[in-house]
Design a protein around this ligand. Structure first.
Ligand code: URA
Length: 239
């Protein structure tokens, strides 16, 4: 995009006035003053300043909730060319990125957004946003094991924080347990259950903060409602 168009898109001034600012040497791109006309910039990667103040374009914020199926990776590009969650929301026609991650073999609720500030807070452990999972595990866990999961399990990257744990359905060869965590380490649920001797055979995220999968089918996506966005922002104190 041309620099003067960028300045007008960002609401700094008109395109004509932008040309004047450039000629006067008041505009910097990536730290260097630009005085010639016709310079193009990449709004996603170049840093533009006017009179030493950064210029930001206001992008429309998008919030998409996806019911992720098993078999999709939560990265933008997969070195093994496996299908990505971004491919599932392509028809939304927006550039969004996943908030946190679900393993390829985990299904369930995944939020995607271009709201970086909200995404950072939602994944930061200090805000303690609850993530609820339903795990199918080998065998029936004893009350002692459930207690241990709730109090904390020693993993190679440290002790896990207290969690809510409930036996949903005990059975053989598999049982179902619900775990609600306030942290989100890599493969945490699988590692916790493995550590207490009950490997996971299936994992689904049912809830992320106030968001649930209610009414959705696997593979579907939808935009959040204004009320859902407001509740998320309030939960992590984004004003
Ligand atoms: N915990 C896991 O083990 N996997 C996930 O995908 C999410 C949480």
């Amino acid at each position: 995009m041309r620099l003067q168009k960028y300045l007008s898109t960002a609401g700094v001034c008109s395109r004509r006035a932008g040309e004047a600012l450039i000629k006067e040497g008041r505009v910097k791109v990536n730290g260097d003053v630009v005085t010639e006309m016709g310079v193009t910039i990449n709004p996603d990667s170049d840093q533009v300043e006017v009179d030493g103040r950064p210029v930001k374009t206001v992008k429309k914020k998008e919030y998409i909730l996806l019911y992720k199926p098993v078999g999709y990776v939560t990265t933008a590009k997969d070195p093994f060319d496996r299908p990505t969650v971004l491919a599932l929301v392509r028809d939304a026609n927006v550039r969004v990125f996943p908030v946190g991650r679900l393993d390829i073999n985990t299904s369930g609720l995944l939020l995607l957004t271009n709201d970086g500030e909200l995404a950072n807070r939602l994944t930061h452990p200090s805000y303690g946003v609850e993530k609820e999972y339903l795990a199918r595990i080998h065998d029936i866990p004893t009350a002692k094991v459930l207690n241990q999961l709730a109090r904390g399990v020693q993993l190679e990257d440290g002790m896990t924080a207290p969690a809510q744990v409930r036996l949903v359905k005990g059975g053989r060869p598999t049982s179902q347990v619900s775990l609600t965590l306030k942290e989100g380490r890599n493969r945490q649920v699988r590692r916790m259950l493995e550590a207490v001797g009950h490997p996971v055979v299936g994992l689904k995220r049912l809830r992320f903060g106030s968001l649930t999968l209610r009414g959705m089918k696997v593979g579907e996506w939808r935009r959040l409602t204004a009320e859902e966005i407001r509740a998320l922002r309030q939960a992590v104190k984004v004003t």
